[in-house]
Structures are given as C-alpha cells and as structure tokens.
Design a protein around this ligand. Sequence first.
Ligand code: AMP
Length: 199
Amino acid sequence: MFNIILFGPPGAGKGTQSRNIERDFGFVHLSTGQILRSLVERNTAIGQLIRKFIDRGYLVPDDIVLRELFREALKHQDRPGLIFDGFPRTVFQADMLDQLLEKKGIPIRMVISLEVEQDELFQRIMNRSVDSGRSDDREEVIRQRFATYREETHPLKEYYDLSGRLVEVSGMAPVGVVYQTIQQRIKMGLNGYSREEQR
Ligand code: AMP
C-alpha cells in the first residue's frame, strides 16, 4: 500500500486535491473533518461533544479522533493506498498513526505539504464560507483554526521532514496546476516503491 498524508493549513486545498488523487489513483480519501462532521449530524451525545470543539476552532480530543479514524482506515487495507486529509494534526497523532501503520506493515510513504500564503488562505476560506454550510467557516472561528494550526499542527512538518518523507508543493497556483505537480510526485513515489517491492 502507498499511504500518503496531505498536509497544510485550513484552505490549502487538501480536500480538493485528495478527491483528485482518489479519482485517478484509486486511493481512499480519509478526511477526519468529514468523519467528525458526520458524527455531529447524527446528534448523539458524542456528536454534541465534538461539535463544541469544532465550532470553537479547537482540536477534537485525540481519543475520539484516533478511534474513529483508525476504524475507518482499517476497513480499506485491500486498496492501493490511503490519503489522510486533516490527520494527523499533532505530533502525538502522527506518532500513533506511524505506530499503527508500521505494525500492519503499511506505513506512510509520503507527506505532501501544500504551501499557501496566509492572506490567500484567509480569502479562500471566506469565499468558501458563502456556500460551505460549515458552522466553523465564521471569521472568528477561522482565526482560531489558523492559531490552532500554527501552535499544534505546523510543528509536525519538522517531524516528517526529519524522517525524510516530506514533499513541499506550492499550492498558490490554480487547482489543476497544483494537481499536476502532486500527480508527478506520487508517480515518482510509486515507481520507487514498486522497485523496492521487486527486490
Ligand atoms: P477540517 O475539515 O479538516 O478543516 O476539520 C474541521 C475541524 O474538525 C477542525 O477545526 C477540528 O475541530 C476537527 N478536526 C479535524 N481533524 C482533526 C484532527 N486530526 N484532530 C482533532 N480535531 C480535528
């Protein structure tokens, strides 16, 4: 399996590019944001708790996120790859993910970091907020989501860089142009991986 992470701040294009990769490579797109929002919609006690964090722009507690994501991820071990979008968001989550996937022999091979300037990110989310229907696409919550990203998630870049898995891609260009670069990088990674498998 060729498992990848799409990494980057809110508005970097992780969801859009994950869907492109899913379509062309047959990988499974796993978005923790979507998984958590679907739990909120069910309006159970756990859903109501999750909502409190999402609507303030804070991270949902690790135990909930890890349980829900791992359950989903392990359903798809027969597929050519998994795309993690919005996960991990802390070094602790990254560590737990590495441990689980290494134990199963299906590690993360590549972490694609989408690089987008702050002003552009803010503008994209404000534009999206018009029809996203997301309760956290409000200006004060968006600002908190960026702060949460800076404090808790951004340090993860170094974690992946140190393990040699980080690939930086500029996310400033139009979606199709950014995707071409992503596609090339995945193809290169897949070639290296299949050579490794043949040895
Ligand atoms: P997203 O759709 O990725 O922008 O995520 C929306 C919200 O869901 C975030 O602001 C967090 O409140 C929550 N969330 C998503 N992924 C995670 C995660 N890996 N850990 C904790 N909270 C998360």
